[in-house]
Design a protein. Structure first.
Length: 463
């Protein structure tokens, strides 16, 4: 069930109304929202709910045992075992086929035909986000940052429908304390929520899906059929598409959670205005960046072991971050590109003082270059895509609408943030009837752009 769908349009108003009606009675409200969240998740496949429930019980048991352990050594062992279980589940569903294929190719290259059994397993939607949130819960309990929650509270945290399939990655200590008492409907930022939902719908349906249909999918599907101008347009169009698609989902998720009375952390902050890779990762998928920093980079040693160990830690963190997105060499190389960018700019810091516009241009175009590796179906397609950039020819896909969409998506992020924030606050402060009318108008206009086959899934659903 995707947010911009008829199913969700019926599901959410009913859940929202009953949620606020039951909110003063937590013994009824929590089971109801848990059931609604599982119903939402089961729309992808009821079987996925079994895995979600199993992960919930396993991690809750791990957290309780960690809390009760009598020594630091025991706590470390229990935490390691629980995290290993989470990563093992993720590995089997997401990476087993990839590593079996690569191992088979390696053996074939040596003349040793010893294929391993290949299992066909469907990747449960949102499994990467679910396992990361489960890991953060157990580790935070081990670090003493959070006491074990009740099983019901933890189950609700892990399955809460606004973020269960594609984030943002909400820490347990950010969400579970909000369950301690009923939310007050007078404290809900309805205006901010409506603005976020409207912006998210526009970004996803009107911009991201349009660019995918008109430019990105045709070119990435058969790059050899297009000349350099169209291929270059597709690269920049995909940069705009993936931003609008993922940040659009996040906007809707945060807005829906706000209407339910819960605050989620920010996940995007104009990433294409970044003047360094470090700055980019402080602006793009911010909750993943925090997770990788706190649960991978710092435990590896961070920047405490000298420049070479720092470079190693940065590369490992970003390569594994790339692999988290998917079991493919394109994701690994994409992570390696960002890791190399972080290492190089760290080495250049204080040695070269380039103007801000030049730093922006370099970082932005390298980010776009990296998105090609991220989007291409395989490395052969990526190689063909890059080769076609040098192919002269006519721009057959270049239209005023596509160019305007790309320029506006990127250009808005380069504008000073203060005026845009003031405008957002003014819109959010409008009377309820005006907000409702505005949202209805957005839904009507955006809905008119939906093709007959419906709204495509969000890009990050596959992760």
């Amino acid at each position: 069930m995707v947010f911009p769908s008829f199913e969700f349009a019926f599901f959410f108003p009913v859940v929202l109304a009953l949620s606020w009606a039951l909110m003063p009675r937590p013994r009824l409200w929590k089971p109801f929202v848990l059931a609604a969240s599982y119903l939402f998740y089961s729309a992808a496949s009821p079987r996925y709910c079994i895995l979600l429930a199993a992960l919930t019980l396993a991690n809750q048991l791990g957290a309780v045992l960690v809390h009760r352990a009598g020594s630091d050594r025991a706590r470390k062992r229990i935490t390691a075992a629980t995290v290993a279980l989470d990563l093992g589940v993720l590995g089997v569903f997401k990476y087993y086929g990839f590593f079996v294929d690569e191992w088979g190719r390696f053996l074939d290259s040596l003349g040793l035909g010893m294929p391993l059994p290949l299992l066909t397993l469907a990747l449960p939607i949102g499994l990467s986000f679910i396992t990361f949130q489960a890991i953060s819960y157990v580790v935070d309990v081990k670090r003493g940052l959070l006491p074990p929650a009740s099983t019901l509270d933890f189950a609700l945290y892990l399955s809460f429908f606004p973020h269960v399939v594609a984030g943002p990655i909400v820490r347990a200590r950010e969400f579970i304390p909000q369950l301690s008492k009923p939310r007050n409907p007078r404290d809900v930022a309805v205006g901010a929520a409506v603005v976020l939902i409207a912006l998210g719908l526009i970004k996803k349906v009107a911009v991201a899906d349009y660019l995918a249909r008109e430019v990105v999918d045709p070119v990435f599907g058969v790059p050899e059929a297009f000349a350099g101008p169209d291929v270059a347009l597709a690269a920049y169009a995909y940069a705009a598409q993936i931003y609008c698609d993922f940040s659009g989902y996040t906007d809707i998720a945060i807005g829906v959670a706000l209407l339910m009375g819960f605050v989620f952390p920010q996940n995007f902050n104009s990433p294409y205005r970044a003047t360094s890779f470090r700055d980019f990762w402080r602006r793009w998928h911010m909750t993943l960046s925090r997770f990788l920093r706190d649960f991978l980079y710092i435990p590896l040693g961070g920047n405490r072991g000298g420049k070479w160990k720092t470079a190693r830690n940065l590369m490992l963190t970003m390569v594994l971050g790339g692999l988290w997105h998917g079991a493919a060499w394109g994701f690994i190389l994409w992570g390696a590109l960002h890791g190399a960018g972080l290492v190089i700019e760290r080495w250049l810091r204080g040695r070269i003082d380039a103007p801000a516009w030049l730093r922006w241009a370099i970082v932005f175009n390298l980010v776009v270059f990296g998105w090609v590796l991220f989007r291409a179906e395989n490395l052969d397609v990526a190689a063909t895509f890059f080769a076609q950039l040098a192919q002269p020819g006519v721009a057959t896909l270049l239209t005023p609408v596509t160019v305007a969409a790309v320029v506006l998506v990127i250009g808005f992020q380069l504008l000073p943030p203060a005026p845009l924030e003031r405008l957002r606050l003014r819109v959010a402060a409008l009377p309820s009837y005006a907000l409702g009318f505005g949202l209805a108008a957005v839904v009507a206009v955006v809905g008119a752009t939906v093709p007959s086959q419906g709204v495509p899934p969000f890009i990050y659903f596959q992760f």
